[in-house]
Design a protein around this ligand. Structure first.
Ligand code: C2E
Ligand code: MG
Ligand code: MG
Length: 565
């Protein structure tokens, strides 16, 4: 327990005046808390952000409950008790307040208890300051650069100054920074950040300013220039980093990506610019890292639309898959010219966007992981539908597309096998299609799925053959039953002898290892006439029918069978 300082305090009114003067010199809030009278005086500007009855009030303990985050109140009360009963003379706490918008604001509150000897009964008074720790950090201790808060202040100032109408933000990020920290330790991580900061300082022009944002990101703010110069800076920084690494004997390896945004002060407020630069950097990383991306409004709009679509998809998943529908496209046996099955193709309808094609929403489902519940809904619905149609065509086979996200990130094999068991569908009439690109990077979960499907007589097809590497080498190992040749391939073969002959050889080879072949995307009589000579087993294409909903599929392809029976 330390000794309490005793001073002759000026009157509280004068103190308020002094605080008003100090408030102009600092972003912190100064306060005086008379612990005995429960009286509280604080810098007036606190009222701009926090819901207090004024800057001078009594019953402080109760009033502060309005602004202190409820969970932190007991700890604060305990600390204040110690100050009141003389067990402690200093207050130093980091805890949370809640602002007028009900947002949490971390504050650091420090103060010292003094005895006011001007009063007849000596009162204990806590004098100190409150500082918002979250938003007030203006500099970064590791790199020595200014931090995000200062970037905001500078941007606002430059906007006011109106020296230039336009500027460019170059936002840099370290690729895989987390791994550097994990594999080589935080110290190496700090060295990397310091190197980048130094290289940025070296390239920047006289008017450019460098900032370190949270995490592994940096900003170079440039005025009166264009995006081309920002890209040049990025390339120079990369060269300098490379030289530095060489000098350090290649101790560590890392790359940096860059997002570049050209802006006009008039049209862009700071928050928007910040969002754009964040997006631009994320695009550079998405495009493979170690590269730069220049902000384009239409990409951003597509990204925002993607987010909106994702919300709609999530909503649909949580509301009984409303909006999703399965379309069916006939698959015809070349030998009998009869429909032998169908491919289940997913559609999504939204009031705002109409019918969306799978090319748009499947990647969003995959990215968000929603493909897992949706994929399950697809195979269960398609199997159920197929069983209805099997009353007309007993061997009717349903082709269902599987995404590699389903395979690698969920226990899809158990889901499929239990659905087959529960529904009682004949396993050999169910076929799963995988795309070639996924097959190439297959891992244990893919192999396990293929093994289980094979053991249970469920059929497997390699989809879109001809769009990727078109390697036949792994087909036999995977024991694929069907090869589906993409329209990109078949359409070329109609006009090009080389592709025509190549497809002929693929058909022969596939048949020689016991695989069937389906030609996809046959649209016209002419295409059919020419390509059927190559001897495929099945044809799928607009010529025999476009994908359509279950009812239309039944009307166009199955009703006649029912009438005949
Ligand atoms: P895919 O599996 O290769 O499906 C064949 C695509 O070719 C379908 O496009 C179909 O409408 C189109 N097509 C069929 N015949 C013709 C033709 O004669 N000419 C032309 N130009 N196109 C034809 P769709 O329905 O837009 O599906 C695109 C892709 O989306 C599918 O390609 C598949 O990879 C994916 N997809 C569709 N439904 C699902 C699903 O339920 N799950 C997963 N994971 N992917 C799906
Ligand atoms: Mg397919
Ligand atoms: Mg295909």
């Amino acid at each position: 327990m330390g000794k309490t300082t005793s001073i002759n305090l000026v009157g509280k009114d004068e103190f308020e005046v002094i605080m008003g003067v100090f408030a102009k010199c600092t972003d912190d809030y100064m306060f005086l808390f008379d612990l005995d009278k429960d009286e509280y005086i604080i810098s007036e500007k606190i009222l701009e952000k926090f819901d207090l009855p004024g800057n001078h009030f009594f019953n402080a303990g109760t009033v502060l409950e309005n602004v202190v985050y409820p969970e932190d109140m007991p700890e604060l009360t305990e600390d204040l008790e110690k100050l009141k009963n003389g067990m402690s003379q200093e207050h130093n706490m980091e805890y949370r307040w809640v602002d007028r918008e009900r947002r949490i604001v971390w504050i650091s509150c420090r103060g010292v208890v003094i005895q006011d000897s001007t009063q007849s009964q000596k009162t204990k008074i806590l004098i100190g300051r409150i500082c918002e720790i979250g938003s007030k950090r203006k500099a970064d201790n590791v790199t020595g650069l200014f931090a995000e808060r200062q970037l905001l202040l500078d941007y606002e100032q430059l906007k006011k100054d109106k020296t230039y109408k336009n500027g460019v933000v170059l936002r840099l990020g370290v690729d895989n920074f987390k791994e550097i920290n994990e594999q080589h330790g935080m110290e190496t991580g700090d060295t990397v950040l310091k190197t980048i900061a130094r290289c940025m300082e070296l390239v920047r022009g006289e008017k450019d300013r460098c900032y370190k944002l949270d995490g592994d990101e940096f900003v170079l703010l440039m005025e009166g220039t264009d995006v081309q110069r920002a890209r040049e800076h990025y390339h120079t920084i990369r060269v300098l980093i490379e030289e530095q690494r060489k000098m350090e004997g290649y101790q560590n390896f890392y790359t940096i990506s860059a997002g570049v945004v050209g802006f006009s002060y008039e049209k862009t407020d700071f928050e928007r610019l910040h969002g754009y630069s964040e997006f631009a950097l994320s695009m550079a990383k998405k495009n493979g890292k170690n590269c730069s991306y220049v902000f384009a409004e239409e990409d951003y709009e597509a990204y925002v639309k993607g987010i909106k679509i994702q919300e709609k998809l999530r909503y649909a998943v949580n509301h009984d898959f409303q909006g999703f529908e399965i379309y069916y496209q006939p698959i015809v046996s070349l030998e009998t010219k009869q429909v032998v099955g169908a491919e289940a193709l997913l559609r999504f309808f939204s009031r705002e966007y109409g019918m969306l094609s799978p090319g748009v929403f499947i990647p969003i489902l995959e990215e968000s992981g929603l493909i897992i519940p949706v994929g399950e809904w697809v195979y269960r619905t398609a199997m159920r539908q197929s069983m209805v149609w099997q009353k007309l065509i007993p061997e009717f086979r349903i082709n269902i597309n599987l995404s590699f996200i389903q395979i690698c990130k969920s226990d899809v094999v158990s889901g499929i096998m239990s659905s087959i068991g529960e529904l009682g569908i004949e396993p050999s009439t169910v076929l799963f299609e995988f795309t070639e690109s996924g097959m190439i990077s297959y891992d244990d979960s893919v192999q396990r799925l293929l093994d289980v499907l094979n053991e249970n007589q469920v059929k497997i097809a390699l989809d879109d053959f001809g769009t990727g590497y078109s390697s036949l080498a792994y087909l036999q190992n995977l024991r694929v039953n069907l090869l589906k040749l993409d329209r990109g391939f078949t359409a070329k073969a109609v006009v090009n002898d080389f592709d025509y002959n190549l497809i002929g050889h693929i058909v022969t080879m596939a048949h020689s290892i016991g695989m069937k072949i389906c030609f996809e995307g046959i649209e016209t009589e002419e295409e059919l006439q020419r390509l059927q000579k190559l001897g495929p087993d099945y044809i799928q294409g607009y010529y025999y029918g476009k994908p359509e909903n279950g009812e239309a599929f039944y009307d166009n392809h199955l009703r006649k069978l029912e009438q005949a029976s």
